[in-house]
Design a protein around this ligand. Structure first.
Ligand SMILES: [Zn+2]
Length: 418
């Protein structure tokens, strides 16, 4: 050993502690080569290192350096052992897999611990140890990803197995009865040349009442219990309200269009009424408006008769009774012959043989003028009906509340009507 150390006295300094050598000022080095007579520990050390590196390593005999290299070798052993572990890794379920991930790949996992140790590996060994460490990390990531994939494809099969589901792949919903009837009404009037007009549900008083000939203090305003969003005590026309009828859409149409006007206005309206089987705080309307030169009450009656026969059957009769609305003059309520008893009288029509379905009349000249249409040249008619009312007549729904309860048993009854 001493011959060897002497021969190598002028070789490079210790791979680990050049500083220490200087301090000791004795050139004590061991050149680790196969010919060197090494102790058992030294041989083990050498083989371990030569396995991982092709280059030569110089070590001083300072005990700490040997110990240090031993520590590095232990690290390589650890990497090799972990590599074997990772290759053999299996997990029975997702929880086990997550535990494995935490054990190897988490912040405090085995691989990260080795990464921290890697900082103290001497420069000569960094490349080899680094490659080994990277191999371990990649293998662990790949293995966990593969296992995860296998679980996911397996899990989807298990979790989504719903034995209560229908054997049919797609369950179609149904159209709401009110939508069915609304579409039917639109369809009938569209065939007679009416277009659809739309407007806001939150409106100002001007469009809902004032321009429709409701004077600011007129009791007719009380006919419709209104929801107020914003009240302006100085100027009622500036009140912001939820529209109580879709006539506001008619006003907006007249404001922006010159006759001929032929529109229907379907939409939701709101009234402050106690909710019961026959009243709700919101419902749906379809209103119609026709303005042109020489429009008469006869035109109105004919259009409504055609509508009633298209909607309820060709033998349906209509009758008009005088009524009052601020925005029409003359005004009328229209009844149709009861389609349940055929006009003989039943509990539904209260024995009269007639049921009321809508209100109508000739547009009041004041309304035309308020909306910028010359009432001396043009005249027109308007009508309005509740979609709930028409739906009740068509399908005999006893309780109005069922329309907004979203009970699928009720809604499914309209499957065949779709
Ligand atoms: Zn009847």
């Amino acid at each position: 050993m001493s011959v060897l150390t002497d021969k190598l006295a002028d070789r490079e300094s210790c791979s680990i502690c050049p500083a220490l050598r200087k301090t000791l000022s004795v050139p004590l080095r061991i050149f680790l080569s196969p010919s060197a007579k090494l102790s058992l520990t030294g041989q083990k050390l050498f083989h371990g290192i030569s396995k991982i590196m092709q280059q030569k390593l110089y070590l001083c005999t300072v005990f700490l350096c040997t110990l240090y290299i031993y520590y590095i070798l232990t690290m390589i052993d650890k990497i090799n052992a972990l590599l074997q572990e990772v290759e053999a890794m299996t997990a029975a379920n997702a929880e086990e897999l997550e535990a494995l991930r935490i054990k190897y790949l988490s912040k405090k996992g085995a691989i990260n611990e080795l990464m921290a140790d890697f900082r103290s590996v001497p420069a000569e060994l960094k490349k080899e140890v680094g490659m080994k460490l990277n191999e371990l990390k990649t293998k662990a990531q790949e293995k966990i990803a593969t296992l995860k994939e296998a679980f996911e494809s397996q899990d989807t099969g298990m979790d989504e197995l719903d034995l209560t589901r229908t054997a049919y792949p797609i369950e179609l919903g149904t159209r709401h009865p009110l939508t069915l009837v609304k579409n039917e009404i639109i369809d009938i009037f569209a065939r007679m040349g009416f277009n659809i007009a739309d407007g806001p549900e939150v409106e100002d008083d001007l469009h809902v009442y004032t321009k429709l000939n409701f004077a600011a203090d007129h009791p007719a305003r009380d006919m419709q219990d209104t929801f107020f969003v914003e009240v302006n005590p100085e100027d009622v026309t500036k009140n912001i309200i939820l529209r109580s009828h879709t006539s506001s859409v008619q006003v907006r149409t007249m404001e922006h269009t010159q006759p001929p006007i032929r529109v229907i206005c379907p939409g939701r309206v709101y009234r402050n009424e106690a909710i019961s089987y026959r009243a709700h705080c919101f419902f749906h309307q379809v209103e119609g408006l026709y303005i042109d030169k020489g429009v008469s009450f006869t035109d109105l009656k004919q259009v409504l008769l055609l509508f009633a026969q298209e909607m309820f059957g060709s033998d349906t009769k209509i009758r008009l009774r005088p009524s009052y609305f601020p925005f029409t003059e003359p005004s009328a309520e229209m009844d149709i012959s009861c389609n349940i008893c055929g006009g003989k009288g039943c509990p539904f029509c209260k024995g009269t043989g007639w049921v009321e379905i809508l209100g109508c009349g000739m547009v009041d000249p004041n309304v035309l003028e308020a909306c910028g249409i010359d009432s001396k040249i043009y005249s027109g008619y308007a009508f309005g009906m509740g979609i709930e009312r028409i739906t009740n007549l068509k399908y005999q729904v006893k309780d109005l509340r069922m329309f907004s309860e979203n009970d699928t048993r009720f809604l499914r009854e309209f499957e065949s009507a779709y």
